[in-house]
Design a protein around this ligand. Structure first.
Ligand code: CP
Ligand code: NVA
Length: 306
């Protein structure tokens, strides 16, 4: 069977935990098998990327496979070839494809015609590789307590925020989300997260009050206020000012709070330079863990193809 990873709900809670446990073995050097030996993975990107592209390229290479970077401009799709024809062609050459694009709908359409696993490397709606890996970082830090800690997302209700809602459901986490009015996360992703919470015991609380969200939090997570290809609006920036992760906001959290950022960061907007540097080690461990988690994800998806 072909398994895609377009959104976090494409895997079950048990599969999610087993990917995280495998990521732990991979990171510790206990699983060094060349799970992708002889496999070719395409990386079809229509937007810039530092972490996702490089961590996937290194992951595939370390697993014994080969990557082909496919910038949109270099493909016939940029001259109008149908997306579904591109999907059907690439499926005949590759074993897996990683796609970063603006439109989540286009990614879903691509996946409909693809006969090899499709991995979402970020769309306007979700960023499941990022958040799966972030949950791994929290698991590594908090172990079984991960279900008891308070995680607060503050800022724009964007693709990363949407994905956190599903992660809370999938892994049974306790998530507080503070976003300004008009910049809330998608109600579709919220509902998907809530539905999963009923199975796993997770909880999601949405508020406009950043102090309420971070109060006694173990983890504070933020992301940029202007995502790739979004128009910068001063009205939105002004609405988001009270959600900046700064010393004052952190004073409401636990003293041993961890601060997370998926990167790239716009210091001085969603996070101050001072707070970023204070938590830089944790933030770059978060970035490193993309590599280990994606190796486990690739192994899972490739081994599911029968
Ligand atoms: N966090 C993340 O996905 O970074 P890139 O945009 O650099 O891939
Ligand atoms: N929300 C950000 C995430 C970048 C990894 C964006 O879409 O640009």
């Amino acid at each position: 069977m072909i398994r895609n990873f377009v959104d976090l709900w494409d895997i079950t809670p048990d599969e999610g935990w087993s990917i995280l446990l495998n990521a732990e073995s991979i990171k510790r050097g206990q699983d060094r098998e060349k799970h992708l030996f002889g496999k070719n993975v395409g990386l079809f990107f229509t937007k810039p990327s530092t972490r996702t592209r490089v961590s996937f390229e290194v992951a595939v290479n370390q697993l014994g496979g080969n990557t082909i970077y496919l910038a949109e401009q270099s493909l016939q799709i940029s001259r109008g070839e149908d997306l579904k024809d591109t999907a059907r062609t690439l499926s005949r050459y590759l074993d897996c494809i990683v796609i970063r694009t603006d439109s989540h709908k286009r990614l879903e359409e691509y996946a409909k015609y693809s006969t090899i696993p499709v991995i979402n490397a970020l769309t306007d709606m979700s960023h499941p590789c990022q958040v799966l890996s972030d949950v791994f970082t929290l698991y590594e830090t908090f172990k079984e307590d991960i279900r008891n800690i308070k995680i607060a997302y503050v800022g724009d209700g964007n693709n990363v925020c949407n994905t956190w809602l599903v992660a809370a459901g999938l892994f049974g986490l306790n998530l507080f989300v503070a976003t300004p009015e008009g910049y809330e996360p998608s109600s579709y992703y919220y509902q998907a997260g809530e539905d999963l919470c009923k199975i796993t015991g997770g909880s999601i609380y949405l508020t406009v009050n950043p102090v309420e969200a971070v109060k006694d939090a173990h983890v504070i997570y933020t992301d940029v206020w202007v995502s790739m290809n979004q128009e910068r609006s001063e009205e939105k920036i002004n609405m988001l000012l009270p959600y900046q992760v700064n010393e004052e906001l952190l004073s409401h959290a636990r003293k041993d709070v961890k601060v997370m950022h998926c990167l790239p960061a716009k210091k001085g907007e969603e996070i101050t330079e001072e707070i970023f540097e204070k938590y830089a080690d944790f933030i770059f461990t978060q970035a490193e863990n993309r590599l280990h988690t994606q190796k486990a994800l690739l192994k899972f998806l490739i081994s599911s193809v029968i």
